[in-house]
Design a protein around this ligand. Structure first.
Ligand code: EPZ
Length: 433
């Protein structure tokens, strides 16, 4: 198991490039299950991440041969009969649930292990189940597996509103079932995230007929079959925002290239309100930071609201703000695992229900902290970049799930981040970066 050792206080300078989005690539890869035997789907700008490899392994179990050449991934359907997504793979990655919709749509049956909860919340899949049932799918949970029989799959109206708003992967699953359902499906209260839009555009490129992309109402005219195509994965807006935060807390001057500022209006607005200078073009963002930030209150919301996946990183910035800011988490009420770790670094944060109240401090100090999930650990990396002295972040495998070579890319901007392998007997081996 590895940890990061970060020497803080180093100003970030220069340009960095954003990779393709994990949360767009995963459902796009799963869409290959909608194809017929012998057909291929080619995706480029696919990030090289643990979760992408996990999806590749899962698709392999489902008759799809997945090959990769640099950032280009080819999904070739060699056998369109398997329908089981086993526990041993699904337990590693919740997003495995994205195979449910395409299996139902194309193979008219599925047996997918129900994903468990995770540290950020209970995370039920009732909206996925309800949406598919509305399309005439007989679906029930049996021995930890969602078993679906879609012999009567038919287009209908589906309402996907939940207690915390629409579901991103829930919308993606219902969409991938509806594209091959006889008749018209109307999805009301659909999620509008760029990753949902990207999937819908890919499906239309495969021959689907989806209208209303980007809005909470999607209309799908079912078709009899789909065909292979080539597409590019959209840039990762959360990775881009993470680099913005790292630049901000290090008084940095950083150009973030190959991103989509039009997908990042809420984070950019929160930076503007904090008094952090940014400038953006079609596919780049410049951050020029003085290191002083005004306090900003944010509430995480479904897109286009402030993304919950950027909450921890923004909290690290606000922990250095000149006043009191309040962060309200409306998507995952318990998503505050990073709070006690930031407090170990000298941040002044009090959790009250679904809010964190942050009293900004002048300086954070390096400490040993524990990563608990992907975005919480990104928040700790941002804090470590600003902290005085050394920060050691344990369990960075969480980071590898969603950020490719993060330490090397930050070092290219002038940071000092080492990946250190933690031998079971706690002997440390320092690896030169
Ligand atoms: C996607 O998860 C992302 N994952 C998450 O990113 C992201 O945090 C989340 O959307 C919200 O933006 C992927 O795209 C692979 P939801 P998803 O269904 O689809 C509740 C990261 O860091 N809900 O939109 O699983 C749910 O509990 C990850 O990259 C139900 O109640 O999220 C949550 O409170 C973490 N019933 C809210 O809705 C359901 O059936 C939103 O969940 C489904 C969800």
């Amino acid at each position: 198991m590895d940890k990061f050792v970060i020497e803080g206080g180093r100003q970030l300078q220069g340009a960095i490039q954003v990779n393709g989005a994990k949360n767009a690539a995963l459902p796009m890869m799963a869409a290959s299950l909608l194809l017929e035997q012998g057909d291929r789907l080619v995706l480029r700008n696919v990030p090289n991440l643990v979760d992408i490899r996990t999806m590749g392994t899962l698709l392999g179990k489902l008759g799809v041969r997945v090959t990769r050449n640099r950032d280009v991934m080819t999904m070739h359907v060699t056998d369109d009969t398997p329908v089981i997504a086993p526990y041993e793979i699904v337990k590693k990655m919740r997003a495995s649930i994205c195979v449910l919709g395409p299996l139902v749509g194309r193979r008219r049956a599925a047996k997918v292990s129900q994903p468990g909860g995770c540290v950020i919340g209970v995370r039920p899949v009732d909206l996925h189940v309800r949406g598919l049932a509305d399309l005439g799918v007989e679906i029930a949970m049996k021995r930890g597996y969602l078993e679906a029989d879609a012999s009567n799959l038919k287009g209908r109206t589906v309402y996907l509103g939940g207690a915390y708003g629409p579901s991103v992967t829930g919308t993606q699953n219902v969409l991938m079932a509806a594209v091959l359902a006889e008749g018209t499906t109307l999805i009301e209260c659909a999620a509008c995230e760029p990753e949902v839009q990207a999937l819908a555009e890919l499906l239309n490129g495969m021959g689907a007929r989806i209208e209303g992309i980007g809005s909470p109402r999607l209309t799908v005219q079912g078709v009899s079959h789909l065909h292979g195509t080539k597409a590019a994965v959209i840039p990762d807006r959360i990775e881009a925002a993470t680099f913005m935060a790292a630049a901000a807390v290090t008084r940095g001057n950083v150009r973030i290239n190959k991103c989509r500022p039009d997908h990042m209006i809420a984070p950019l607005e929160s930076f503007r309100m904090a008094g952090i200078e940014t400038e953006s073009g079609e596919d780049w963002i410049d951050v020029h930071s003085t290191g002083s930030f005004k306090p900003v209150d944010i509430t995480t919301l479904p897109y286009p609201g402030f993304p919950t996946d950027f909450q921890a990183q923004f909290m690290a910035v606000m922990s250095l703000g000149s006043g009191i800011s309040v962060i309200t988490e409306k998507i995952y009420p318990d998503r505050f695992m990073h709070v006690p770790e930031l407090t170990r670094m000298g941040a002044k944060i009090r959790k009250e229900g679904t809010c964190a109240i942050i009293a900004g401090v002048d300086q954070l100090t390096g400490a040993e902290v524990m990563a608990s999930d992907l975005r919480a650990s990104a928040g700790l990396v941002v804090a470590g970049m600003a902290a005085e002295g050394f920060t050691e972040i344990h369990r960075v495998y969480h980071i590898d799930r969603g950020y490719q070579n993060l330490e090397r890319r930050l070092c290219d901007l002038g940071a000092r981040v080492s990946r250190v392998s933690e031998k079971k007997d706690n002997t440390y081996i320092r690896e030169a970066v």
